[in-house]
Design a protein around this ligand. Structure first.
Ligand code: ZN
Length: 199
């Protein structure tokens, strides 16, 4: 059974390295691509909600603590507005190394079970087992399970990539420390026919 909330198997290694933008909002298309169009904390996907204004650019080290990292790509995360709001201006364990498949088990009833202390801390800090979130997760797990059994086209729509993949090769950041990452962008992979239908 496909669990739509399975965390990544490995710690995240940044694919892109745009630099030099004066405002952090300019990093948005890079971050969407970097984090596969879903919230790094709760894995809610862009395609599951209304269209605009649902995702924030989170400063991992909050801007009030380290203003110099406000436009440092390595400090920026793609987050739903709910997780971003709960986190607020706090330091939390790094989701890119802590929220991993194996460290966090996703139960069919929607509850997240932490297998490490860091994961437990982060789940608590972000309130990821809040009853509303557990119910939301359980709902999507059930819907995906039904689609998997009965409706392959619906499954593709539920677990497919958004239609508006950003073409990062057309962007002109003042600098890019990882230009080699452009060929791995989702848009480029789709152009080459290499992007899977679901993820
Ligand atoms: Zn979230």
């Amino acid at each position: 059974m496909t669990i739509p909330f399975t965390y990544p198997a490995e710690p995240h290694r940044r694919r892109h390295g745009p630099a030099g933008y004066a405002d952090y909002e300019s990093f948005r298309p890079w971050l969407r691509d970097e984090f596969a169009f879903r919230c790094v904390f709760c894995l809610t996907r862009e395609t599951w909600g209304p269209f605009r204004g649902q995702y924030a650019i989170d400063h991992f080290v909050p801007a009030v603590i380290e203003p110099s990292q406000t436009t440092d790509y390595a400090n920026l995360l793609y987050s739903c507005i709910s997780c971003n709001g709960v986190k607020g201006a706090r330091r939390v364990p790094d989701p890119l190394t802590v929220l991993l498949d194996g460290s966090v088990r996703v139960e069919a009833d929607g509850v997240l079970r932490a297998e490490t202390n860091d994961a437990a801390q982060l789940i608590a800090a972000l309130d990821l087992n809040d009853p509303r979130r557990v119910e939301y997760r359980a709902l999507w797990i059930s819907v995906v399970s039904l689609a998997e059994r009965f409706d392959a086209e619906l499954l593709r729509r539920l677990l497919g990539y958004p239609a508006d993949l950003p073409d990062l090769s057309t962007l002109k950041p003042p600098d890019n420390t990882r230009p080699e990452g452009l060929v791995e962008a989702h848009f480029a992979r789709r152009e080459r026919g290499e992007l899977p239908e679901t993820y």
